[in-house]
Design a protein around this ligand. Structure first.
Ligand code: SAM
Length: 219
């Protein structure tokens, strides 16, 4: 067989028409502005939007904006009148994200808070229906901890990049990033406010990685 996970990703992007012009332009605008190519893949943006819609999300908290690519998926999912609050430390990233979400026609549903997310988080008003954590991985657990007071029963929590080419399960791997992943997995496993957690491994254009997904408990 001559296909690869990246080719299969491309096949699904084409056959499910996952990216429209606005999303493609956002990706190109971010690349043109010199941002790193580390936004979620289209299929994963679509999964985030699907989770948000399944949860009936109207309020989303995103930690880690970059150029606003995942933000556009989430802002579309919350619909008119919904709100995505997204936290970004880098002023250039925040500026590019603002131009991308405005160009995508959903800028009125997006609030970008500039600064270290751990400082912005306490200023965010709850309740939020979905939390997407995708920033500096060392702080994964701190972000989930800080977001939990903003959650309601049924809030969906998604943490990106928890597999990292399998390093999460490699006992020889002790980098700060991988420790940050393990810490948030331990937190989700131990905190009674979180239930129905699972990890979804993914392969594709972005290599071998995955999402941690959990639900805030009903009581
Ligand atoms: N969610 C974006 C997407 O899929 O389109 C990708 C986000 S990118 C992986 C991570 C972002 O988190 C970068 O833009 C980076 O500047 C930001 N970041 C890193 N450390 C941060 C911090 N302490 N507070 C807020 N943002 C941070």
């Amino acid at each position: 067989m001559s296909t690869t996970p990246a080719a299969v990703d491309t096949w699904f992007v084409e056959h499910l028409a996952l990216e429209d012009d606005a999303l493609r332009r956002a990706r190109e605008r971010a690349r043109g502005a010199g941002l790193p190519d580390i936004a979620v893949a289209p299929a994963h943006g679509a999964l985030l939007a699907l989770l948000a819609r399944l949860a009936g999300a109207r309020r989303v908290l995103e930690v880690g904006t970059l150029g606003g690519y995942s933000t556009i998926w989430l802002a579309r999912a919350v619909g008119p009148g919904g709100l995505v609050t997204t936290l970004e430390i880098d002023p250039h990233h925040a500026e590019v994200a603002r131009s991308c979400v405005d160009a995508a026609g959903i800028g009125d549903r997006v609030e970008i808070l500039l600064g270290p997310a751990l400082e912005s988080l306490p200023t965010v008003a709850g309740p939020v229906d979905l939390v997407f954590v995708d920033a500096d991985k060392q702080n994964n657990a701190a972000y989930v901890r800080a977001a939990l007071p903003l959650a309601r029963p049924g809030t969906v929590v998604v943490v990106d990049n928890v597999v990292r080419d399998g390093k999460v399960a490699d006992p020889a791997e002790e980098s700060a990033v991988v420790r940050g992943v393990r810490e948030v997995v331990d937190l989700v496993a131990a905190d009674p406010r979180l239930e129905a957690a699972t990890a979804l491994q993914t392969v594709g254009a972005k290599g071998w990685d995955g999402f941690l997904v959990a639900l805030v408990a009903q009581s």
